[in-house]
Design a protein around this ligand. Sequence first.
Ligand code: S3P
Length: 177
Amino acid sequence: MNQLKIGMNIMLIGFMGAGKSAVSREMSRLYGMKAVEMDAMIEEREGMTINEIFASRGEDYFRSCETALLEELAGQSGLVVSCGGGAALRPQNVALMKKKGLVALLTASPETIYSRVKDSHDRPILNGNMTPEYIAGLMEKRKAPYRQAADVEISTDGKTVEEICRELWNWLSAYRQ
Ligand code: S3P
C-alpha cells in the first residue's frame, strides 16, 4: 500500500502560498513520488522567470504554457504535481488534470496566505496588489472553481507540511496498491 495505482498522478491545486510546492517536495521525500513544479518547468523551458514571461509575452501566453505542460504530464504517472495557482481556473486544464490525476485542493485562510506571500516579488498577479484585502477578494473569486475541480480539500492552517502529506496519503488509501 505504498504506491499509487498504476498510471495515477496527484495534482495539487490552490491559491498562491497554499503550500503546493512544499507538499509536493515532501510527498516525494515521504512516499517516493516524483515531484513536479509546473512554474519551475515553464521557467526553465522558456528561459525566463514567471515575471518576465508575463511582462514580455503576457498572461495568456503563460496560461497556454500551463495547458501545454498539463497535456504532457497527463501522459505520465507517479507524479505529484504542484500546479500554478491559476491552472485550475481553465476547465480545459482541469480535464487534463483529471485524465490520470486526483486533484487535491490545499486551502489556507487569507491571513495565512498573506503572511506566506507578502515578502515575495515573483508572483505577477500579486505584484502591486500585495494587500490582505486584495488577496482575500481574489481568493473568494477563485473559491468556486477550485472547489469544483477538487476531489479532496485539505486545510493547511496550523499544520506542518508532513501532517498535510499524511492526511493526503490517508485519503489516497483507496487509490493505493
Ligand atoms: C499564479 C500562481 C503562481 C504562478 C503565476 C500565476 C496564479 O503559482 O503560476 O504567478 O494565477 O495564481 P503559485 O501558485 O505556485 O505561486
